[in-house]
Design a protein around this ligand. Structure first.
Ligand code: NAP
Length: 288
């Protein structure tokens, strides 16, 4: 029986993986979070991993406070960089497969065509730099797969969908930037994709090919389009007003364009990815 260790499993993606795992029988899932396995602790990580002896590690732990990271780069680097190195070191020399997640914010956003896995990362925020450090740390293990994703949301945790719903219930109008384009990702879809890959590899239906991959839902939109869809699909009457990023200053600079090209993950693992509007509908129905 394959043992699958999930770290940071109380977050959005980890919680979705817990749900999805119920449909996958015959695997031994070990779900951990900060209280049971703090991956910034090198010794504890090594000891835990040695004892659990997993065939797979799926690291969902992260420091995702994009603006806060600008003034707290040490913590961001510790969780997003050093802790990933701790995991890599804990499985050094073993055949354990390692799946780690990164972000569209490793890109500067100066492109106007979707970023693929060969595009040069050039993060403009402390968060993006810490996630890029994590990519390098994960890839030091010979059997590591990095999945970069973007604009993640879920019915679990705090995210843009829930924030917009809350604000739209309280206000008559809402300003949202329309000059940053990307693609939302429903964490439930990403969790399902991860399990399709893991199960496919375990059953010898697909080959595990280490390296970097991109995953988001299909389609493209601005934060304004996304907010507008959230408000209308939630049946709320708040007016969403498009504004420029300069009218909404933030501590961290965000990419103006961060659409991810998902061809590689779709081709290698035969994934069918839903459009962001379809998945948003599913999440909003669940939140009702
Ligand atoms: N959220 C997004 O919009 C977004 C976009 C692109 C990529 N991603 C990436 O996608 C992945 C999943 O993100 P997510 O949104 O599911 O994250 P999340 O909801 O913030 O969950 C992260 C989890 O990791 C835990 N954690 C923090 N420090 C830890 C540590 N030292 N040891 C163990 N666990 C720790 C957190 O606990 P506490 O809550 O107690 O801190 C939380 O339960 C991450 O790699 C993230 O960087 C996210």
């Amino acid at each position: 029986m394959a043992t699958i260790l999930i770290t940071g499993s109380d977050g959005q993606l980890g919680s979705e993986l817990k749900l999805v795992s119920k449909n996958y029988y015959g695997y031994d899932f070990i779900f951990t979070d900060l209280d049971t396995l703090d991956i910034t602790d090198n010794k504890k990580t090594r000891d835990f991993v040695q004892k659990a002896n997993p065939d797979w590690i799926i690291n969902c732990a992260a420091y995702n406070l994009v603006d806060k990271a600008e003034n707290d780069i040490q913590t961001a680097m510790l969780v997003n960089g050093t802790a990933v190195k701790n995991i890599s070191e804990s499985i050094k020399g073993s055949e354990c497969r390692f799946i780690h997640f990164s972000t569209d914010y490793v890109f500067s956003g100066k492109s106007n065509i979707p970023y693929n896995e060969h595009s040069d990362p050039d993060p403009e925020s402390a968060y993006g730099r810490s996630k890029l450090a994590g990519e390098k740390a994960a890839l030091s293990h010979h059997a590591a797969m990095i999945i970069r994703t973007s604009w993640l949301y879920s019915s679990f945790g705090t995210n843009f969908v829930k924030t917009i719903q809350k604000k739209a219930r309280e206000r008559e109008s809402l300003n949202v930037v329309f000059d940053q384009a990307g693609t939302p990702t429903y964490a439930a879809d990403l969790a399902e994709a991860v399990m399709v890959i893991v199960a496919g590899v375990i059953r010898n239906q697909v080959a595990f090919i280490p390296g970097i991959y991109h995953y988001s839902n299909e389609g493209v939109c601005s934060w304004y389009d996304f907010a507008e869809a959230i408000v209308s699909k939630s049946g709320l009457s708040c007016i969403v007003v498009p504004i420029l990023s300069v009218q909404y200053p933030t501590a961290a600079k965000r990419p103006a364009y961060s659409v991810l090209d998902k061809s590689k993950i779709k081709e290698n693992y035969g994934l069918n990815i839903p459009h962001w509007r379809t998945s948003l509908n599913r999440c909003i129905n669940l939140l009702k």
